[in-house]
Design a protein around this ligand. Structure first.
Ligand SMILES: Cc1ncc(COP(=O)(O)O)c(C=O)c1O
Length: 376
């Protein structure tokens, strides 16, 4: 059997990883500012994290959601505390798409409606409703297509107001990334997020903050939507939550009430996943990583804005987009193969920085030096 060939691959095999460093099978060291697509939040093979998962594995790795799992309760309490949403409720699942599926389904159960508002350049995942709310027709299969989703221009207050005036009574949910990731690091303005909150309240629609990529402290706040000073009704999270262990969840406002059987999953919230997620939150808290994301992010953004040829620097904390002109389209490839630095990308010609939240000035300067060389 061979692999189903859906990923264009770099010809690199990683065999070892530690912190923000990875090594290939020839012993070549790389600086990882991509974090395996924003997943590595507390550093590769973080020793505390490895030990917590290992210890758990020796006790019990998995049992289904038909029994009490105190680790889930511990995780909910910790997440409530670290995220500053202690009165919210946690439902655990396995991936970002699944988190958004559950968020959208829950919204529809809540208000009995079908229509969803999403935004241009959004990415919410590849399954059923998640892909239907993703603004990329190339990955929407005919069976996923639905008339229930409207795509409005991102950060356009007037279009949002007009749409609610027309269809407000039918809208179940508004789903938005506080900082669009796949779309190229576009920051939702505070005014726009505040308008979503106001209109959702006015029309009894559910505000879903997709925090799968921009959440978990990456922006310098636990949820990037927190910058706007308003609460969403549901936050979806995944990537940074398990530092590579597949775990995801939705944090749900008290006004949304659970019912037996309403949501469910086999693997979600298993013992190992909870141990991984707890280790991540403990390290984020102990090492003050949200503050570090803000500090190093501010430094990088300030320095990047001084560089020539760059069209635009966007983002917050350690979620940074560097928009380049077309003639510099090889910079990302050169950073990887010449300078041995992994970065992410978005179309067209945007370099995305999504490193572990504990990088320091040394790593930031290593990147800036390499990028300066490429811009010359
Ligand atoms: C904002 C956002 N939402 C949802 C997803 C989907 O997550 P997953 O790939 O874990 O299903 C992603 C993945 O890149 C994402 O960036």
């Amino acid at each position: 059997m061979k692999l189903f060939d859906v990923y264009p691959l770099n010809d690199i095999t990683i065999e070892k990883a530690l912190g923000a460093k990875v090594w290939d099978n020839n012993g070549q060291e790389y600086l990882d500012l991509y974090g395996g697509h924003a997943v590595i939040s507390i550093g590769h093979t973080n020793p505390y994290y490895v030990k917590r998962i290992e210890d758990q594995l020796h006790k019990v790795g998995f049992y289904s959601n038909s029994i009490k799992i105190p680790l889930q309760v511990e995780l909910a309490e910790k997440l409530g505390k670290v995220s500053g949403k202690e009165d919210y409720q946690l439902f655990l699942c396995n991936s970002g798409a699944e988190a958004n599926e559950n968020a959208l389904k829950l919204a529809s159960f809540y208000n009995g409606r079908k229509k969803i508002v999403a935004f241009s350049k959004s990415f919410h995942g590849r399954t059923s409703l998640a892909v239907a709310t993703t603004d990329n027709p190339a990955i929407v299969a005919p069976v996923n297509a639905t008339q229930n989703v409207s795509f409005l221009p991102f950060n356009d207050m007037q279009a949002l107001e007009d749409h609610f005036k027309k269809e407000g009574e039918e809208i179940s949910a508004v789903i938005i990334e506080g900082i669009q990731g796949v779309g190229g690091i576009n920051v939702a303005s505070n005014e726009f997020l505040q308008a979503i909150r106001r209109l959702c309240d006015q029309y009894n629609a559910v505000f879903i903050a997709d925090s799968v990529q921009c959440g978990y402290g990456r922006s310098g706040k636990f949820y990037s939507q927190d910058f706007a000073g308003v609460n969403a009704d549901v936050y979806s999270m995944a990537k940074g939550m398990g530092n590579g262990f597949p775990v995801a969840g939705i944090s749900i406002a008290p006004k949304l009430h659970p019912k037996y059987g309403m949501l469910g999953t086999t693997f979600g919230g298993n013992h190992l996943a909870c141990a991984a997620a707890l280790a991540v939150l403990e390290v984020i808290e102990q090492d003050n990583l949200i503050q570090n994301a803000e500090n190093i992010g501010n430094y990088l953004i300030t320095e990047l804005k001084k560089l020539p040829k760059i069209k635009e620097v966007r983002g917050r904390g350690l979620m940074i987009g560097i928009a380049l002109p077309e003639e510099l389209k090889d910079v990302k490839k050169n950073l990887l193969f010449k300078h041995k630095i992994f970065t992410g990308e978005a179309k067209p010609y945007v370099i995305r920085l999504l490193p572990t939240l504990n990088i320091g000035m040394k790593e930031a300067d290593q990147f800036l030096t390499a990028l300066k060389a490429e811009l010359q």
